[in-house]
Design a binder for this molecule. Sequence first.
Ligand code: FAD
Length: 305
Amino acid sequence: MPILRNLFIYLSHNKTLERFLTGNSFGRKISRRFVAGESLEELEGVARKLIEDGFLLTVAYLGEHFKDLETVKRHKEEYLKLAEVLKNFNSRAEISLKPSQLGMELGREVFYENLKEICKEANNMGIYINVDAEEYRTVWDTVEVVERLNGEGFKVGTVIQAYLFDADKILERLAKFRINLRLVKGAYKESPKVAYQRKKDIDERFKVLAEKMLRIEGVYPEFGTHDDKLIRYIMEFGDKIGKDKTSYEFQMLYGVRQRLQREILDKGYRVRIYLPYGDYWYPYFMRRLAEKPSNAILVLRGAFG
Ligand SMILES: Cc1cc2nc3c(=O)[nH]c(=O)nc-3n(C[C@H](O)[C@H](O)[C@H](O)COP(=O)(O)OP(=O)(O)OC[C@H]3O[C@@H](n4cnc5c(N)ncnc54)[C@H](O)[C@@H]3O)c2cc1C
């Protein structure tokens, strides 16, 4: 499938197709496989249904890599409105946001101030904030901001990317707090100077880090993966060391491996769905097709079925 994968990656940058698909109802319909909707109202409907089905949520407003203050401010304000909606879900829904969406590309302090404002409001409503990890060049700045806010008493966690050579150092640095940490394989193209490149090595590192996280007192481990072999490994390791099933959780993207999501939930584990919404859905949607080109068939079947 590399040809199809590369085609979808190429198309994810294609502005003509983006304008076409985002500008008509067919495009919006097919996006619903992986995106809750464009508005807060649409998001609320999908979120309510998932929560009624027994899932936990982490909700993300789509958009990244902003270099102007106006757009950053608009996104911060959207997150404040989102918190107002999520407060009705009794702490079953948290927020995921990206540093580059809230000013990291304008400087670490800009990001810190914006994130602090969101944490202040959302934490008061019982909503936990999770900061996604982006490219390696901003990872340590993200860790420092999260560390500083935890030191100030805010409830904010972040992500450990297993492919990074620095993953253990980041874990050690943040493990001194009672903190939620999401372990993922890592999504960005990084240099072999900073990250493992081979799937086999990354999967091995994921296992080692998962074991560490399950053993650390205070850290609440969140495993963000659709890899059923790793999920099974974690469950077995958790059992072996006597971890309660509800003392950690699995996280998966909305619309991806839904049967697996249900199976894990039915076994008594906590499953949190990463639920994105917003009108900037096109690149996110195309990346899901690139990860698994056969998704395109499911998407079309959903639109016509
Ligand atoms: C909740 C969540 C949050 C994340 N946050 C971050 C973050 O902050 N920073 C970051 O760098 N990365 C993040 N990621 C992405 C992560 O790093 C991986 O790139 C991504 O999850 C794919 O790896 P995998 O663990 O699912 O394993 P893979 O080995 O890629 O996939 C495992 C199995 O799942 C299937 N699968 C994977 N994707 C799809 C799909 N779209 N449709 C159908 N089947 C699929 C594969 O075919 C395979 O069978 C996040 C992932 C999740 C689930």
